[in-house]
Design a protein around this ligand. Structure first.
Ligand code: CA
Length: 222
């Protein structure tokens, strides 16, 4: 799998390229937007939004206008606007600096799985999602574990679906609140805990959902 890293800072790009190569990815790195747009299309783009020659968001927009290549935008802590706009202009996901290689690789895999389905045209967003023995039928709103139905409430279902789409990667509490509860009100964080406790109970094994302190939640990758 070919990954294009668009990042001007050597201190970030060099170890990142090395790490991803060790993980078996074929890595190309460019340091500005012009070169990024001139590159042959990779299988995935890792795009820093602060580039010396162009706004990363414009690079994202332009890439998206001409192809379905999966794009993960890289933002710095606190640049919430960038992240939101990044997703609006067609990025598939984002990571916040500083990020760990393990988290990034999990996200790369999750995004490729999702966009791979999109590229093939058939297995769209409504297709069943499987994580090991756990299967989520989005059309029927039905969850089975080793073939046995697990009865979930609507919010538990939405939460599990969000985590399952990114199985193996940490999903931030902030994003869970935004996507499952349509709120960013931090006071409702306890609501997540209540639903997670209930989901763990229903799945019969607490290790399905890992709490990553201070970051968010991760569904075990099978
Ligand atoms: Ca930069």
């Amino acid at each position: 799998m070919k990954i294009l890293i668009v990042e001007d800072e050597d201190a970030i790009a060099v170890p990142l390229a090395e790490g991803l190569s060790r993980e078996g990815f074929e890595v190309t790195r460019v340091a500005n937007g012009t070169d990024a747009l001139a590159c042959p299309e990779p299988d995935l783009v890792l795009l820093d939004l602060r580039l010396p020659d162009m706004d990363g968001l414009d690079v994202c927009r332009e890439l998206r206008a001409r192809s379905q290549v999966p794009i993960i935008v890289v933002t710095a802590k606190g640049e919430e606007v960038d992240r939101v706009v990044g997703l609006e202009v067609g990025a598939d996901d984002y990571v916040v600096k500083p990020f760990g290689l393990r988290e990034l690789v999990a996200r790369i895999r999750a995004v490729s799985r999702r966009t791979g389905a999109r590229a093939e045209g058939g297995a769209d967003e409504d297709g069943p999602l499987a994580v090991g023995p756990l299967e989520i039928d989005l059309r029927a709103h039905r969850v089975t574990l080793e073939g046995d139905e697990v009865a979930l409430t609507a919010k538990e279902f939405d939460l599990l679906t969000l985590l399952a789409r990114e199985a193996g990667a940490v999903v931030s509490r902030e994003r869970i609140l935004a996507e499952v509860w349509n709120t960013t009100w931090y006071g409702s964080a306890k609501t997540i805990d209540v639903h997670v406790a209930s989901l763990r109970r229903k799945l019969g094994d607490p290790s399905w959902i890992e709490t990553v302190r201070g970051v968010g939640l991760r569904l075990r990758d099978a």
